[in-house]
Design a protein around this ligand. Sequence first.
Ligand code: HPA
Length: 269
Amino acid sequence: MQLQESTSYIQQRITDFAPAFGIILGTGLGALVNDLEIKYTIPYDEIPNFPVSTVESHSGKLIFGLLADKPVVVMQGRFHYYEGYSMEQVVFPVRVMKLLGVQKLIVSNAAGGLNPGFDTSDLMVITDHINLQPSNPLIGRNLDELGPRFPDMSDVYDEHLVREAMVIGEDLGIKLQEGVYVSVPGPMLETPAEYRYLSVIGADAVGMSTVPEVIAARHMAMPVFAVSVITDMCTPDRLKKVKLSDILEAAAIAEPRMTALIRELIRRS
Ligand code: HPA
């Protein structure tokens, strides 16, 4: 099977290293790797069957190393459905992480703020999600060796990790919002009517990633922690034209706080 072949290849390259945490970094949130004591780096295009970035600049790689003395694997560069990948490709790395022995998944993303109590560059701990992607990675023949046909989704975001994060927020003086993340296909941002709709159906933040990977992780019973960086406010009174540079700027401001939170969460886990 393709997953097994990719896993075996990686295992050969990371002699004696067994990652316990998998980390997926969102747009503009890659600086966490500067905190890593890096042991191995494997570009995606060297791994058999791995999806390869077809677009522009971001060179994807898996980085293996120690964060707070714990063994982790970081995906530098993730795959989005809007780039033209299948859902199976989007979640392929998460499944490989599980086969490598990863026990917990930590995900970050950049998101638009729908909750009027939020501000740009806030961190929002994700407590639940709404999947508005046009497909999902579990459609098709069920991979019984990974998980059940109808996985439970009543407690997707690990309650213990959410609680621990809130304690860390208090301890480190990092303001943490909590809320529901809605995943949309993109790549366009939303119209004012769409933002209103997403807010009405119960979302606090909107973005174009995360939920497929989280669904695949929960299918495999992996505990998940996820955090959004609010890069732009989308409430009617604060909605304005958004450029990618604005999103990257807001992400850069929040980045050190997000990195501190994840590092501390891993230290205490
Ligand atoms: N919508 C969707 N995705 C996003 C947004 C948004 O407003 N901001 C950052 N990612």
